[in-house]
Ligand binder design. Structure first.
Ligand code: SF4
Ligand code: SF4
Length: 123
């Protein structure tokens, strides 16, 4: 998932690597198929993750589902509120060092990554 990128757009060639994340951000968004099925929570936050210990971040970025499980809060388009920038162009995770473990598990170029990119129309 994204860290930070220079303001430029490059044509990609070859496999998707982590470097591509700063120009993507797709997996930081709820999949449209997920939303279509009525699921509006995306990235789960496990108990005792650092973000939950930070009151300011917790209030701004965390929401809880009906079962009381913490998730990252999303905007109406399904984007994580911690994501800054334009999808497919230049993005940045504003809480990179405190992002939940679930964010760290997505591997660039994996099936999950490719599905997320296709979902947001990013080649
Ligand atoms: S969808 Fe893939 S390329 Fe895009 S930010 Fe996530 S891991 Fe990186
Ligand atoms: S916390 Fe950062 S890496 Fe995780 S979904 Fe939000 S913007 Fe993406």
């Amino acid at each position: 998932m994204p860290r930070r990128a220079p303001e430029r757009r490059l044509l990609r060639s070859g496999p998707i690597t982590q470097r591509e994340c700063t120009r993507c951000g797709a997996c930081c968004c709820n999949a449209r198929s997920n939303a279509a099925e009525g699921f509006f929570h995306w990235v789960e936050i496990a108990e005792r993750e650092p973000i939950l210990a930070d009151e300011r971040l917790r209030e701004r970025l965390v929401t809880f589902d009906d079962a009381g499980v913490a998730h990252l809060r999303l905007d109406p388009d399904g984007r994580c509120l911690a994501l800054r920038g334009r999808l497919g162009r230049r993005v940045e995770c504003t809480i990179y060092d405190l992002r939940p473990r679930a964010c760290r598990r997505v591997e660039a170029g994996s099936d999950e990554c490719l599905r997320a990119r296709a979902d947001r129309g990013i080649a």
